[in-house]
Design a protein around this ligand. Sequence first.
Ligand SMILES: NC(=O)c1ccc[n+]([C@@H]2O[C@H](COP(=O)([O-])OP(=O)(O)OC[C@H]3O[C@@H](n4cnc5c(N)ncnc54)[C@H](O)[C@@H]3O)[C@@H](O)[C@H]2O)c1
Length: 358
Amino acid sequence: MSTADLSVGDPRVGDLRVGVVGAGAMGADHVRRISRTITGATVSAVVEPDAGRRATAIELAPGATGYVRLEDALAAGAVDAVLIATPGRFHEPVLLPALDAGLPILCEKPLTQDPESSWRVLEAEQATGKHLIQVGFMRRFDREYALLRDLIAEKSAGELLMLHAAHRNATVPDSYTQDMLITDSVVHEFDVVPWLAGSTIRTVEVRYGRRNRLTPAHLREPILVLMELDNGVLVDVEMNVSVQFGYQVATEAVFEKGIARIGQPSGLQLWQDATFRIGDHADFTTRFREAYDLQVQAWVDAAKQGAIAGPSAWDGFKVAVACQAGVAALKTAGPVALDLPPVPSFYADAAHPAAATV
Ligand SMILES: NC(=O)c1ccc[n+]([C@@H]2O[C@H](COP(=O)([O-])OP(=O)(O)OC[C@H]3O[C@@H](n4cnc5c(N)ncnc54)[C@H](O)[C@@H]3O)[C@@H](O)[C@H]2O)c1
């Protein structure tokens, strides 16, 4: 019996035995997080084809067993839950056996890389009769995003009118492609914007402006991504991956009678030599460290009760549809409409789970 089948207070409820699949940058970070930071879970298996990365991750989680394929860890009965941190194109082949085994899953973003494969995953989850998949859109666990969502919902500054967002990276590796501006970066906005605004994305448009001379030769950016939501709210996202100076993810919300900002620098303040400085982030690992911790803790706590505590597979599917429209918009003048089917009844109540109660 897996701990996910046991009720709270049952003396058999111990640590959730997590199999981490993919021990690259994100997977190794999650192994460290589960072993050293959060409570109620241990890493019992590291599934990673690369022997060096597998060994390095196991050093972070003494007691874990290494496997090359998830199927081998499942056959050994080694895991109660699965955390997927393989590259996006390998999510579906890991999700399907994990669903088949009926295990709770935290799947790093994206759910999959296109709507067709995401739909197959939805069908496989529905066949289990349980909500097993939580998608790793961790911005929902960032305290400031949660505060902004509350402000929008309570309407104390009036109705939300617009969101101005910026996602800026110092640089990106050569492997980063033009489509990844959408599928790897704006993908986060495609999840968090509807969650913040309580509405669905209707259209996506991409505008190109003056190119940064420091942008890698194979990229054309920064870009401005414009979204129109069903409730009339307009959203613009500056997507900019060559800013050189550091990492920023920030949003300004425009209300009927107020303005709110999140993601402003909050590090060390220093006054020296007639100058004022504030420490800021170099990359996402520090900017969202607390959000990653809260996300994995919430997932572990919920998994032990047979539930999820964050973005569902349906949310992941909607993001895949938005990414498809966004990639088309990179090559299209004007807005591209999203082609979303009706929400299956299985997901109707879980479409906006109350995640990030922080
Ligand atoms: N939430 C975030 O902010 C955030 C940030 C970075 C990456 N990610 C996501 O995390 C995931 C991993 O990204 P990364 O940067 O760690 O990638 P990475 O390339 O550093 O690591 C991926 C690892 O998966 C392994 N792998 C590939 N196929 C596998 C399989 N079938 N079974 C087991 N292991 C397999 C590879 O050998 C590699 O070690 C991606 O989905 C990415 O989008 C999320």
